[in-house]
Design a protein around this ligand. Structure first.
Ligand code: 48N
Length: 335
């Protein structure tokens, strides 16, 4: 039976509130034809020249900005560990709902995006089960929908989703991405659990410990490379399940005996995996919310393989959980 006609849902790109007014040299589109970028001087390559510069001007611009950001985000409201599809979706959802919150996004890779640059087995198309198409519409990513009877939609290339999401997240003035930076530990506080949580002392997560990723990967062959820190009352950890740092926070909670053991990711079962990951995205220990595929390692949930709807909606849920935790701690003046 021929597939139902595929309808391409074009996004209505709304002017993004958080987007800085980007200076552009893009020539305006006139009568349907995009004019080439006008580089001035009558667009003559023979007479073309950049304005002269001294190298230190570039160096000072980069270092001043980076260290001003480090200073500003040394005290953050929310830190998101891992800028894969779940972490980026959490950052987008959180920054859009709460422009008052300072959000630090820490990504070990030079390139954010995690496993969402390609679909399954390095193929291009990205499949998302409904209702995750609502997130795509909100974000403004075009997708193909074979109609109501189809349980999923398709983004023609995963990179179209990830690059659009990344650009929206980076356009928020209250989000700072620190990429090529690894979280190599958690800042913790002991707190009296009181009767409600079964007496004794528990740990609460109060920030992250960071280092350049390349440094974090070489502690075994170069000692004494101390880290840096970011304090925050709420951490969202979405570090995935594979790669050199996969499930980082979950594994660290076990090694500090904050949780007994990992449940261990189970075999592939799309139907059970995606519902479980979205519905169980939650605060694992006070101050630390875990979502995305990292959660499958905590709970022993199945994996879903090449569908990404649970990643984006787990990110949406993690953002809501983070807002709830933050607002309670703020009300208790316990930030
Ligand atoms: O894409 P991932 O790995 O993780 P998620 O949970 O955002 O998305 C998972 C998704 O890509 C799948 O695995 C799909 C759905 N397949 C499932 C299946 O069954 O096979 O992104 C995690 C990001 C990466 O970019 C890592 O570099 C980063 O987190 N990361 C860290 N960044 C900073 N500090 C760390 N300690 C750290 N650990 C991982």
């Amino acid at each position: 039976m021929a597939p139902a006609a595929t309808q391409v849902v074009q996004p209505v790109i709304l002017p993004h509130k958080g987007a800085a007014a980007a200076a552009t040299t893009e020539a305006p589109i006139e009568d349907g034809a995009v004019k080439r970028v006008d580089v001035g001087k009558g667009h003559s390559w023979e007479s073309f020249a950049f304005q002269p510069i001294r190298e230190s001007q570039v160096s000072r611009t980069m270092t001043r900005r980076y260290f001003a950001d480090l200073d500003k985000y040394a005290e953050s409201d929310v830190v998101i560990v891992g800028a894969g599809s779940c972490g980026l979706s959490a950052a987008y959802s959180l920054a859009k709902q709460r422009p008052d919150l300072k959000i630090a996004l820490i990504e070990a890779g030079v390139a954010p995006g995690g496993g969402a640059w390609l679909g399954g087995q390095l193929f291009s198309a990205m499949v998302m089960r409904k209702p995750a198409d609502k997130f795509l519409t909100d974000l403004g990513v075009p997708f193909e929908d074979e109609g109501e009877s189809s349980p999923f939609v398709v983004v023609k290339h995963a990179a179209l989703f990830t690059s659009t999401l990344l650009s929206r997240v980076l356009s928020f003035p209250n989000v700072k991405l620190f990429n090529a930076t690894a979280v190599e530990d958690l800042i913790t506080r002991r707190y009296d659990q009181g009767e409600a949580e079964g007496e004794g002392f528990g740990i609460r997560v109060a920030g992250v410990v960071t280092n350049w990723t390349l440094v974090s990967m070489h502690h075994d062959d170069q000692s004494c490379m101390d880290p840096n820190t970011i304090n925050a009352p709420v951490i969202i950890s979405t570090t995935g399940h594979d790669g050199p740092f996969g499930a980082f926070s979950a594994k660290r909670l076990v090694s500090m005996q904050a949780i007994e053991r990992l449940g261990g990711m189970r075999g592939l079962d799309m139907n059970s995996a995606e519902d479980a990951i979205v519905k169980r995205t939650r605060e694992i220990v006070p101050g630390l919310i875990i979502g995305g595929m990292e959660l499958s390692e905590v709970d022993g949930a199945n994996r879903m393989g090449p569908t990404f709807g649970a990643m984006v909606l787990s990110g949406v849920k993690a953002a809501e959980e983070a807002i709830a935790v933050y607002d309670i701690r703020k009300k208790e003046n316990d930030i």
